[in-house]
Design a protein around this ligand. Structure first.
Ligand SMILES: [Zn+2]
Length: 221
């Protein structure tokens, strides 16, 4: 099955489940995926002495975002390796457009590659209270970094994807989460408003079961 939408962006506040939904879409349609967090982590490993990477690591540990221009540049490098075939089938971009600057660069790249009529951003909406609650109880795999479905917490001892050890993320303590929420309100919210003005944003109610959120997204594809 090939989705009608060729570039699927997933965004939402921390804890909205965008990573889980991205993974489910990837599996259902067999799509390639580019994740902002993964690009950043790859850079930590491959270029640890690059000044931009050092700054990005510092931001990450404090719950702030990588500079929009820098992440935009890294996305551009990734997109250069994405073939026409992949774009014809469909590509998932998860965790992008977190700052107005980064949103502008992302849109510029996508305009050149596919045109905006092929692009949709699914904005998974949850309340600030729900964000806090979900982040405080978040468990991820220490090996593959995938978040564990909250329904499985307490029922599985190892990562269902790779068998890795489960643990809380360094960034999931309360002060870091509060910083992330503040950053979200100050930077990501205006970025989403800008994307709305382009007519490419579809809002999804994120306070439903994972399956229902997925169903809602798929209904637009
Ligand atoms: Zn794993």
């Amino acid at each position: 099955m090939i989705p009608k939408v060729k570039i699927i962006l997933l965004a939402g506040p921390p804890g909205s489940g965008k990573g889980t939904q991205a993974q489910m879409l990837k599996e259902k349609f067999g799509l390639e995926m580019i994740q902002a967090n993964r690009i950043v982590r790859e850079k930590f490993e491959t270029d640890p002495n690059d000044p931009e990477v050092i700054e990005s690591k510092k931001a990450y540990d404090e719950g702030r975002l990588t500079d929009g221009k820098v992440l935009g540049k890294w996305l551009m490098q990734k997109m250069e390796n994405v073939s026409k075939d992949v774009l014809n089938k469909g590509l998932i971009l998860e965790g992008f457009a977190r700052t107005p600057e980064e949103a502008t660069i992302t849109i510029q790249i996508l305009k050149e590659r596919t045109g905006l009529n092929q692009v949709r951003l699914f904005f998974i909406k949850i309340s600030p209270e729900e964000t806090l609650k979900r982040n405080l109880s978040r468990i991820i795999c220490e090996t593959c970094q995938k978040p564990i479905n909250p329904d499985l917490i307490g029922k599985v001892e190892k990562c269902p994807y790779c068998g890795g050890e489960l643990g809380k993320r360094a960034m999931d303590d309360k002060s870091v989460i509060e910083t992330r929420l503040k950053v979200y309100n100050n930077e990501t919210f205006p970025a989403i408003e800008y994307l709305k003005s382009l007519g490419i944003v579809i809002e999804i109610n994120g306070e439903q079961s994972i399956e229902k959120v997925f169903e809602d997204i798929v209904s637009y594809l």
